[in-house]
Design a protein around this ligand. Sequence first.
Ligand SMILES: C[S@@+](CC[C@H](N)C(=O)[O-])C[C@H]1O[C@@H](n2cnc3c(N)ncnc32)[C@H](O)[C@@H]1O
Length: 258
Amino acid sequence: MLQAAASGPDLATLVVRRVAGEPLEHLLGWVEFAGARYVVTPDVFVPRRRSELLVSVVEGIVRRRNHHLRAVPDDFGGGLSVVVVDLCCGAGAIGAAISARIPDAEVWASDVDPAAVACARRNLPPERVVEGDLYDGLPAGLRGRIGVVVANAPYVPTDAIATMPPEARDHEPRIALDGGPDGLDLHRRVLGAAQWWLAPGGVVVIETSAAQATETAAAAQAAGLTPRVVTDEEREATAVVATLPPGKNSGPPYAGPL
Ligand SMILES: C[S@@+](CC[C@H](N)C(=O)[O-])C[C@H]1O[C@@H](n2cnc3c(N)ncnc32)[C@H](O)[C@@H]1O
């Protein structure tokens, strides 16, 4: 693969960097994810194969509940598309893969790291990728309209980062890994604010680990959502699907500019 990415002296340099521990995808400049290639710059998290579970789960939910999720009041000129937001998007591969599978979905992506935003703008329509802390950068017009929030947010407990493989520990941004003392700071925040943004019956699909799934589900419950845990043994992947019960949507009706 490195040979395909470079030749001559460049190849030798790439091999040295690879042997020194740089992730292959950072050297290639792309990652294979959910059947397609997406741009990955050396300053962003490398999308993992296990996160393909999120793409499959979102696709299934949108296809099964298409009619319901589309039945969102549409006073905002956004058409009848299902709105999907890839929060903590990194390179944006999850959102881009969802967009490829559900072409008529209105996919947005957001990340707090400018490097991630720049990379995601190469994989998704740039105007749909915003910078900000969790939901902060999203247009206010999306409040109460989002059918699916999908998130692979950081969930490594701070003290466990030192035990990660050097490829991650030394070559991926700390902000992409660090989930706080128990790893769940971001999960609590993503789930806690979801009710303000989800459409009635909307869902959060959030990646977690097998060991943390119970706690992620408890955070969803505490936020007024109804959680269930989904696993994929082949990909060694775990996610929590948390549904906002219809009628519990508390996002104030939006009446300002888009
Ligand atoms: C584990 S990486 C996952 C990236 C991408 N979702 C993926 O699976 O490839 C977590 C991402 O969350 C972003 N992030 C961390 N804290 C954030 C916050 N408070 N608001 C938005 N994004 C955040 C990081 O910059 C990083 O890109």
